[in-house]
Design a protein around this ligand. Structure first.
Ligand code: NAD
Length: 424
């Protein structure tokens, strides 16, 4: 029996989006039908129950996932998300995008993703640490520097990575820094990893602006999400000379037509409980309004499926740079293309994170650490080369940037499968 539709346990809107994008690209590139079946589904999916002692003495059981989509080109790589909406289907979609992203950038990795269905902001530090250690212990058989290497994603950070690294190291009896990336510097983290995704977003934006004949100093920028990706994107865009007119987080959006004072905003955000609402800078706008602002560059950097058939016709940016994974639905893609919006797709735009994670993993393996300037230069070289390869391919194939990026990534993965053959 062949399985034409995703297995029902994976079925959710984000997984359907990832599979629909894959199908479109596979069709356009005439992908071998056997490989097409194979690459639609993840290689391996693990669901774990995580009993966790809460501070009041009760035990709560959380659900966690780790999905490895493909490992034909090397160890699988992908972040861990802590969010109440996490599901097997969402994690599987994110794992699939990681496969294409790593291949597109030319990194020797497959794709994976993990997640726990939890609202981390509602846990104490102790509860978060116990939950994380139990999760790390449960996924222990699947991860390792040569097998599968997690990193931060929504709701996780360097501290969570440190607890995972420690739990793994305790199990094997010696320190294994290379089991995760996005770690603190003190245990083998890399300079430049924290800001890497945002820096990559800015590097590809600058290349796209050159291509479109736009100038960064005349550009206005709106950023949805003010976490790792959004806040670093806003800061580095401002440093590059752009006017950042709006930012938002889950609580509120801030708008100032003259440009927000990003360094002061960041200072207030970090001292006022990590909420934009309490920074009192700019006028309040909703997340929906932010997406519809008249601006040069719009960067969704929060969650998936934010630009849909409902609001795409109201999007007024010239350039859409996808900091988040999967922020645009297929229907919205078509509407934006008809409006002439230039899209830098997620698997290209936000690949700075995994590129510098790769540098971190290489430094851990070599036990030799690089200067920050070298990291920035190498990130710039890899991501701008990927941008130009994608642009040239999109022109040659008369395809959108998204389809060109997907086709290039999928082709590299397909070549690896064809070279290795089917086991047994
Ligand atoms: P994060 O947890 O650091 O920040 C998420 C931000 O989104 C927060 O500011 C939060 O308030 C905001 N947010 C949550 N729900 C929202 C909503 N409904 N509307 C508006 N804002 C909302 O997460 P992050 O690491 O910055 O990840 C953001 C996106 O970037 C995700 O799609 C993630 O998969 C993607 N990404 C992250 C990395 C990385 O290195 N961290 C790399 C590549 C892609």
């Amino acid at each position: 029996m062949t399985m034409r539709e995703p297995a029902h346990e994976l079925d959710n809107p984000t997984f359907r989006l990832a599979v629909a994008q894959f199908d479109q690209a596979a069709e356009a590139m005439n992908l071998d039908p056997n490989l097409r079946e194979r690459l639609k589904l993840p290689e391996r999916s693990l669901i774990v129950s995580l009993p966790t002692r809460m501070d009041d003495g009760t035990v709560k059981v959380f659900t966690g996932y780790r999905v490895q989509h493909d490992s034909a080109r090397g160890p699988s790589k992908g972040g861990i998300r802590y969010h109440l909406d996490v599901s097997l289907g969402e994690v599987a979609a994110l794992a699939m995008w990681m496969t294409w992203k790593c291949a597109l950038a030319g990194l020797p990795y497959g794709g994976a993703k993990g997640g726990v269905r939890v609202a981390p902001e509602r846990l104490s530090r102790g509860e978060l640490q116990r939950l994380t250690r139990r999760y790390a212990a449960e996924i222990f058989p699947l991860i390792g520097p040569d097998k599968d290497v997690p990193a931060p994603d929504v709701g996780t950070n360097a501290q969570v990575m440190a607890w995972i690294m420690d739990t793994y190291s305790q199990q094997v009896g010696f320190a294994v820094p290379g089991v995760v990336t996005g770690k603190p510097l003190s245990i083998g983290g890399s300079l430049g990893r924290e800001e890497a995704t945002g820096r990559g977003v800015v590097y590809v934006t600058l290349e796209a602006m050159k291509h479109l004949g736009l100038e960064i100093t005349k550009a206005t920028v709106a950023v949805q999400g003010f976490g790792n990706v959004g806040s670093n994107t806003a800061r580095i865009m401002a440093e590059a000379g752009a006017r950042v007119i709006a930012v938002s987080d889950h609580s509120v959006g801030l708008y100032n037509a003259k440009g927000l004072e990003i360094p002061e905003l960041l200072r207030r955000y970090h001292t006022n409980g990590h909420s934009l609402r309490d920074t009192k800078m700019g006028d309040w706008i909703s997340n929906e309004e932010l997406l519809e602002l008249d601006c040069t560059v719009l960067v969704p950097a929060a969650l998936s499926e934010q630009i849909t058939e409902k609001n795409a016709s109201k999007v007024r940016c010239r350039l859409l740079v996808e900091g988040a994974n999967g922020p645009t639905t297929l229907e919205a893609d078509q509407i934006l293309a008809d409006k002439g919006v230039f899209i830098i797709p997620d698997i290209l735009a936000n690949s700075g994170g995994v590129i510098v994670s790769y540098f971190e993993w290489v430094q851990d393996a070599q036990r030799f650490f690089w200067k920050e300037a070298d990291i920035r230069d190498r990130l710039h070289e890899i991501i701008t080369a990927a941008f130009h390869r994608t642009l040239e391919f999109s022109k040659a194939q008369q395809a959108t940037m998204r389809m060109a990026a997907l086709m290039s990534g999928i082709d590299k993965v397909a070549q690896a499968h064809l070279a290795r053959g089917l086991y047994p």
